[in-house]
Ligand binder design. Structure first.
Ligand code: PEP
Length: 257
């Protein structure tokens, strides 16, 4: 079996300006160091707002901080008359390594369709960024179709036309669990993550399914992370609210199975 390095990713959403971002990354780095956290055992990545990226990248580079740097969205276009949009080419040039695509807040508040998500996944890959593809069912979907059908359909569409060799991350985030304090059970997360891995095997190939990390997201805290990480198809977490509290996020990174 391929071993997958766990990934703990902090989605800051529209929180922390560039000064707060720098202070937060510094504090997280020192908190993990003081706790004797071993770099490499778990990959850590932060996804700040666009306006913070340059400052965080400068700090990470200067202090050799072993965190990945991601963006929360990108444009499906490379450049041109798209006011307010951010090209993957610009993100790459800034040292960004990955980008969240299809977060439920983008799908809900910006009407992002599965087609747009697919175009953004392709744009990310074209510019050398790892797309962190978010999928998940609403409470209504859960009642009508069960937990797997909607995320499976979303992932199938997101991966259309993507090459099997592509470096991607998938995040299963039940919409009803995001910011609600009511996380899925580890068994629910495992069931859907296994179904998503089967999609990757079918649409890409078995090797891609074996190597791709699938994260769980939705009210992850230091108190429940270990129970998710014990599940064979859960390779990490996409953390929203708790990623803004340094001690809590550090405790999530330092989970013990
Ligand atoms: C998220 O928005 O990606 C998320 C998982 O949020 P929270 O951890 O706050 O539920």
């Amino acid at each position: 079996m391929t071993s997958r390095t766990p990934l703990i990713a902090g989605n800051w959403k529209m929180n922390l300006d560039h000064l707060q971002a720098v202070a937060t990354v510094q504090k997280l780095h020192w908190t993990l160091k003081d706790a004797g956290h071993e770099n490499g055992s778990v990959e850590v990545a932060v996804f700040p707002p666009f306006t913070d990226i340059r400052s965080v990248q400068t700090l990470i580079d200067a202090d050799k901080i072993p965190f990945g740097l991601g963006a929360q969205d990108l444009s499906a276009h490379d450049s041109g008359a798209y006011t307010g949009e951010i090209s993957g080419a610009f993100l790459s040039k800034l040292g960004v390594g990955s980008v969240i695509i299809g977060h439920s807040e983008r799908r809900e508040y910006h009407q992002e369709s599965d087609e747009l998500v697919n175009a953004k996944v392709k744009a990310a890959l074209k510019h050398g960024l790892v797309p962190v593809i978010c999928v998940g069912e609403t409470a209504e979907d859960l009642e009508r179709f069960g937990s797997s059908a909607v995320p499976v359909g979303q992932l199938e569409k997101a991966l259309e036309g993507v090459q099997a060799s592509a470096d991607i991350v998938v995040a299963y985030e039940p919409v009803w669990a995001i910011g609600s304090g009511q996380a899925a059970t580890p068994a629910q997360a495992q069931e859907v993550c296994a179904a998503l891995r089967a999609v990757i095997a079918r649409v890409l190939d078995d090797e891609a399914a074996a190597r791709t990390r699938i994260l769980y997201g939705g009210s992850v805290k230091s108190g429940n992370i270990a129970s998710f990480m014990r599940e064979p198809d859960v390779d990490g977490a996409l953390v929203g609210g708790a990623s803004l509290v340094v001690d809590e996020f550090a405790a999530i990174v330092r989970f013990q199975k």
